[in-house]
Design a binder for this molecule. Structure first.
Ligand code: SAM
Length: 246
C-alpha cells in the first residue's frame, strides 16, 4: 500500500465519495486534514473514527519533517482537503514532493474536483484546456489577464462570489465583451446553477443580482485567433502561417 494517499472528498453532495476513498480513509493510521472540523464532520457521517491532524498552507513547512519520519516507519496516511481533490488549489504539493524525494509511495485516488463538471457544463471545447486556479488578487492580475487573452484553449478559473462581478468586468475589458463564458455556482448542491453568455452580458446579469452566494468556477472559451478583433493587438501572424506538420 502507498505511504500517502490523496483522497478526494465531495464538493457539496455527500454522495460524491467513492467506495475506495471510504476504504482508504478507514484504513489510514492518520488522516491529514486542511481543517479537522470540516473533515471531522464528513468522517462522522461516514462513521470513520481515526486520528486527525491539521495540514494546511500555514503549517505544512513545519509539520512535513515529522510526517516524513512517521511515514518512513510504515504509517499510512490519507490527505484530504475541505472539498474536492487535495493539491488542486489546495495544500498537498509540498508533502507529495517530499514523499517522492524520500522514495515513499504516493497514491492519488480519482474523485470530485470542481473544475471538471464546470468545464463540461460550459459546452466549450474540452479537448484542450488550461486550469488557471485563482487569479492573483491584486499584484500581477492585469499582466496575467493580458497573457491569457490570446490563449486558444478553454480557460478555467476558481473565483469567490464577492469578486466574480469585478473579475467578469475586467475580463470583458481585456478579452472583449463578446467572448463566450460560463459561470458554474454551487456545483452538486441544491442551488446548482450554470449561466453561459458573453462576458459583458454575464457581468451585467450578475451585477444586477442582490448578492451572489456560493462557490464559483468560471470557464471561458479560448480565443479564436483567425478572427482578428480590436482586442487582439498582436502583430505576429502565427494564425495565418501554414502548419509545418500539414
Ligand atoms: N480542491 C478543490 C477542487 O478539487 O476543486 C478546490 C479548492 S479551492 C480552495 C475552492 C474553490 O473551488 C472555490 O473558490 C470555487 O472556485 C471552487 N469550488 C469548490 N467547490 C465548488 C462547488 N461546489 N461549486 C463551484 N465551485 C466550487
Amino acid at each position: 500500500a502507498a505511504a500517502l494517499t490523496l483522497v478526494p472528498t465531495p464538493i457539496g453532495n455527500l454522495e460524491d465519495i467513492t467506495l475506495r476513498a471510504i476504504r482508504v480513509l478507514g484504513e489510514a493510521d492518520l488522516i491529514l486534514c486542511e481543517d479537522t472540523r470540516t473533515s471531522g464532520r464528513l468522517l462522522q457521517h461516514l462513521e470513520i473514527k481515526k486520528p486527525l491532524q491539521a495540514y494546511h498552507l500555514h503549517n505544512e513547512h513545519q509539520v512535513v519533517p515529522r510526517l516524513l519520519e512517521r511515514l518512513a516507519k510504515g504509517e499510512r496516511m490519507a490527505l484530504v482537503s475541505d472539498a474536492g481533490t487535495p493539491g488542486i488549489s489546495d495544500p498537498g504539493f509540498l508533502l507529495v514532493r517530499e514523499c517522492l524525494a524520500q522514495g515513499l509511495r504516493v497514491e492519488c485516488l480519482p474523485g470530485p474536483t470542481a473544475f471538471v463538471p464546470a468545464l463540461l457544463k460550459s459546452g466549450f471545447g474540452a479537448e484542450r484546456f488550461s486550469f488557471e486556479g485563482f487569479l492573483p488578487a491584486k499584484k500581477g492580475r492585469q499582466t496575467r489577464l493580458r497573457e491569457l487573452a490570446r490563449e486558444t484553449r478553454t480557460l478555467i478559473f476558481y473565483e469567490s462570489p464577492h469578486r466574480i462581478v469585478k473579475t467578469l468586468t475586467q475580463l470583458a475589458e481585456v478579452f472583449g465583451p463578446e467572448r463566450p463564458a460560463s459561470v458554474s455556482r454551487e456545483l452538486t448542491k441544491l442551488f446548482e446553477e450554470t449561466l453561459t453568455a458573453p462576458l459583458g452580458e454575464l457581468a451585467a446579469t450578475l451585477a444586477a443580482r442582490p448578492a451572489i452566494k456560493g462557490e464559483i468556477v468560471l470557464v471561458i472559451e479560448g480565443a479564436k485567433l483567425e478572427k482578428r478583433s480590436k482586442y487582439d493587438d498582436s502583430d505576429d501572424d502565427a494564425a495565418d502561417a501554414p502548419d509545418p506538420d500539414d
